[in-house]
Design a protein around this ligand. Structure first.
Ligand SMILES: [Zn+2]
Length: 380
């Protein structure tokens, strides 16, 4: 199994690099435009259509090839998304950026990244101690470098031996917490209220911006959006690290809800429109899953996704529909089980995950699964 990770640091780009970022952004947008106009999606056909048209750019061919390859990825995602939502906007890169898989060098002794600029005249960017230490990990292969105006990110990969899980750890995400239930019967809650507070704070800042100039407003909200994401991302890093450590110690796989599960996070009554609420929540949920997934893969831990349908209302003992009681608890009128709603959801997710993993264990989860009828699309 191939696992991929990335390490980031801040840096200050000089004028040459800033120019390269802007040039790459333009090449990328050109490739996307050509891909859309010519209706091509494969790397090969986009290369045939776009490479010659990039001749007007005074850029090294490394970057042209990478712009084409990145555009292929963007076009693929766009095709997929537009099948679900035909109204979706055509992709367009707003921010200067540069991605390269070729030509760069990491010089550990010189503590620098050498970026191709002109033949035999690379640009050098100093790397910090943290990045250098990470890149010294044995058996890794460095894959690509991504630069923005503030940050550089280096992605690396290794082959890992997948572990044979002896159980699972299930994760249920709510607006303010994460609830974990594992095959050993352990339950745990992690408070994520801090992330919600940060979102509320930035929402407040944005609501005070009354500038009429749309471009300024977009610029400013874009800036706050990035800062907000960075802060929430840090909180999620802490949570995802703990979950993966827990799974590693117990030799457990991880099971989470398929992304459509964010529907139930759309809580009412916190003053924003439905679309906005959904977008923020779904972003942080997707980000959490992304972090857990890549960290787990790095340790050879399998990650399973299950259908979220009904996990928040079905009894995790008998499968009947439960009734809400006070203090976020649920009660089952068929079997009498009363439980915290998040714990119930996590137990249901665990039970669904257990069907994917051949583990010999007589846990409650297994019993609950066998009694419960299977939802038609659950196994997709
Ligand atoms: Zn019940």
């Amino acid at each position: 199994m191939r696992a991929v990770k990335a390490v980031q640091q801040h840096y200050t780009p000089g004028p040459e690099i800033l120019q390269m970022l802007e040039q790459f952004r333009q090449m990328l947008n050109d490739c996307v435009r050509i891909g859309l106009a010519e209706n091509v999606t494969s790397l090969k056909s986009l290369s045939m259509k776009a490479y010659n048209q990039l001749a007007t750019y005074d850029a090294m061919s490394y970057y042209k090839l990478c712009a084409i390859s990145k555009a292929t990825g963007i076009l693929g995602n766009y095709r997929k998304a537009s099948r679900k939502n035909p109204e979706i906007k055509e992709p367009y890169a707003q921010r200067p950026q540069l991605i390269t898989c070729y030509g760069f060098k990491i010089k550990t002794k010189e503590e620098a990244l050498l970026l191709p600029f002109k033949p035999k005249q690379p640009l050098s960017i100093p790397l910090n101690a943290h990045v250098l230490r990470v890149l010294l990990e044995p058996n890794i292969e460095i894959r690509s470098v991504t630069l923005t105006e503030e940050q550089l990110s280096i992605s690396y990969a290794k082959e890992v031996e997948p572990i044979q899980p002896r159980g699972l750890i299930a994760i249920d995400r709510n607006l303010n917490n994460l609830t974990i239930a594992d095959s050993d019967g352990q339950m745990k809650k992690q408070n994520l209220a801090k992330a919600t507070e940060i979102k509320a704070m930035y929402r407040e800042i944005r609501s005070h911006m009354r500038r009429n100039d749309t471009r300024i407003r977009q610029h400013v909200t874009g800036k706050y959006g990035r800062k907000e994401r960075e802060k929430v991302r840090q909180i999620l890093h802490h949570a995802s690290k703990q979950i993966v450590m827990h799974a590693k110690e117990k030799k457990f796989g991880v099971v989470m809800e398929n992304l459509t599960g964010i529907r139930k996070l759309y809580g009412k009554g916190n003053g924003q429109g439905r679309t906005y609420r959904g977008r923020m929540n779904s972003w942080s949920y997707a980000e959490l899953q992304r972090q857990i997934e890549y960290k787990a893969r790095w340790e050879g831990i399998p990650v399973i996704y299950v259908n979220p349908y009904g996990t928040s209302v079905k009894c995790s003992i008998c499968g009947s529909r439960m009734k809400p009681e006070e203090n976020r608890t649920l009660k089952c009128h068929s079997c009498g089980f009363a439980v915290d709603r998040d714990v119930n959801a996590a137990r249901n997710i665990l039970a669904r995950g257990m069907r994917f993993v051949p583990i010999a264990s007589a846990s409650e989860a297994m019993v609950a699964v066998q009694r419960r009828p299977v939802d038609a699309d659950e196994l997709t």
